[in-house]
Design a protein around this ligand. Structure first.
Ligand code: PEP
Ligand code: MG
Length: 532
């Protein structure tokens, strides 16, 4: 895939302002048309992302800004670049949804500048043949519109396992290996490669025998993934309920269709983000009832509002924080605005009373027993029957015995647990290599939680992205996880993998991974291959 364009030179404007302005206008219109056409072809969520990008491409304020810059003697490319950068800054300052869209502007700006330069726009090339996509990273517009019929696998040089690209690839069941150092220098267009997404490896120039073996494996995996939907279990019958992560009631139908045995993580933020005030108890009750009604007799674990850090919410905390990930977020923010938490728990209790689902509630970012006692007492006061804690801050693993005396269950959020254990911002590409839940430090904390759950006779689930990685799912069960929750599209692969091992084998794999000295070594040891 073509690399991002080099930034424009700062040569002063050599041509006529009007002529250059017209050239930019034509390029903007062409990019808007192209994005509009791709939007119409894509449909679904991708359509909205691309339509928004098309609108950004033709925003009249951009052309006005470009003219001002041309008039001050700046060349056309730099003027376009500068105008988009200013627009991006403005969106970022607005926060919330608008700030998220800001990164899409980089992609639009690159497309316009490519047209001005007369070179191929960065992005996924069109191909009639199935191919393995090799890229530095993917822009949101590219990821959203990947042709899944043609794209066999994805390899990127940047990004970590919880990066946007990796999560999206997983949600589309696309085999992906991300963060391969030196990839772009090593691979050429048309070269033969084997991608083993489970082992996280890429083999260059394999011989015919290796390709044939990989084909056999791929076919076997495809048929395993389309096997009948059965309740999650190991080969010896040990039950591991497989649940879905959902972001709104809209996701329920797909989760049910793909065989989710309930919901292990209902992210309730969707009602709150993009809003200046908290939704009313009535609004929340209606929405929670809609979700719970889709799971009669099944378990649904609702997480109360998890705002702050990467999900800022002005009515909960608008103080400037130097390190928001270490600031007033999750349960800390809710405790400081208890009325919001009370309203939410009241609405959840109403939904529990109105449906047959078995509702559990849990709070994000619980650090110790004091926060656990606070949340459990409030939940019980407001009529919730099953009240638990998310394990995302390493301290909760160290204190798991104390916490599990009070909480009914614990659910491990491996995305944040990894971020805080390795002190590696989950949003930041430069530390993505550390953002790996296979890291033995993370696995050892999970074992502490699993052991404490076993002693207390209480459930310890996993609801972070780690549960969606089939090989890691086995290790998590070996470490004591009693249920796994993931994006619904990952259920089939994980279900099939669990059926290949007994509990003793899962424990052996976990034991080997715990002894590893790195995430890569843990993967290899768990798979049974030598670590050198
Ligand atoms: C997690 O941190 O692993 C988790 C499940 O929560 P979120 O990804 O919503 O922060
Ligand atoms: Mg989290």
């Amino acid at each position: 895939m073509p690399e991002p364009l080099a930034p424009p030179s700062d040569e002063p404007l050599a041509a006529d302002v009007d002529a250059e302005h017209e050239r930019v206008r034509v390029a903007l219109a062409a990019v808007a048309d192209e994005l509009g056409a791709r939007a119409a072809a894509a449909g679904g969520d991708a359509q909205q992302v691309l339509e928004a990008a098309a609108l950004m491409a033709q925003d009249p304020a951009i052309l006005d800004d470009v003219r001002t810059r041309l008039e001050s003697g700046v060349n056309a490319e730099l003027a376009t670049w500068g105008a988009y950068a200013a627009f991006r800054e403005m969106l970022t300052a607005m926060g919330g949804y608008m700030a998220e869209r800001a990164t899409d502007l980089d992609d639009v700006a690159q497309r316009v500048v490519a047209r001005l330069r007369g070179v191929a726009a960065p992005g996924v090339p069109q191909s009639d043949e199935p191919f393995i996509l090799v890229a530095r990273d993917l822009a949101p517009a590219d990821t959203a519109t990947l042709d899944l019929e043609k794209t066999l696998a994805l390899i990127t040089e940047d990004g970590g396992p919880t990066s946007h690209t990796a999560i999206l690839a997983r949600s589309k069941s696309l085999p992906a290996v991300v963060g391969v150092v030196g990839l772009l220098a090593a691979v050429e267009d048309g070269q033969r490669v084997i991608v083993d997404a489970r082992a996280g490896t890429v083999e260059l120039d394999p011989d015919d025998a290796a390709v044939a073996a990989a084909d056999v494996e791929r076919t076997a995996r495809q048929s395993a993934a389309s096997a009948p939907i059965t309740p999650g279990a190991l080969a010896d019958g040990h039950r591991v309920p497989l649940m879905a992560n959902v972001g709104s009631p809209k996701d329920a139908a797909k989760a049910v269709e793909l065989g989710a045995e309930g919901v292990g993580l209902f992210r309730t933020e969707f009602l709150f983000l993009d809003s200046d005030t908290a939704p009313t108890v009535e609004q929340q009750t209606a929405s929670y009832t809609e979700l719970l009604a889709a799971f009669p007799g099944k378990r649904v674990v609702a997480r109360v509002l998890d705002a702050g850090a990467d999900k800022p919410l002005s009515f909960l905390n608008d103080a400037h924080e130097e390190n928001p990930a270490l600031g007033l977020r999750g349960i800390r923010a809710l405790r400081a605005s208890e009325h919001i938490l009370r309203d939410q728990l009241t609405a959840l209790a109403n939904a529990q009373a109105a449906t047959d689902a078995q509702l559990s509630v849990m709070a994000p970012m619980i650090a110790d027993v004091d926060e656990t006692e606070y949340f459990v007492a409030l939940g019980r006061e407001l009529g919730l029957e099953v009240v638990g804690a998310m394990a995302e801050v390493p301290s909760i693993a160290v204190l798991a015995d104390q916490v599990l005396e009070v909480a009914d269950f614990v659910s491990i959020g491996t995305n944040d647990l990894t971020q805080y254990t390795l002190a590696a911002d989950r949003q930041l590409g430069s530390v993505a290599a550390l953002q790996d839940p296979w890291h033995p430090a993370v696995l050892r904390l999970i074992k502490m939680l699993g052991d404490a759950g076993g002693r207390a006779g209480k459930g310890v689930g996993v609801c972070g992205e780690a549960a969606a990685d089939p090989a890691l799912a086995v290790v998590l069960v070996g470490l004591g996880a009693t249920s796994l929750s993931m994006s619904a599209s990952a259920l089939a692969d994980v279900r099939a993998e669990l059926l290949t091992v007994t509990l003793d084998e899962a424990r052996e794999r976990a034991e080997r991974a715990l002894g590893a000295r790195s995430a890569t070594e843990a993967r290899q040891l768990a798979a049974g291959s030598s670590a050198d």
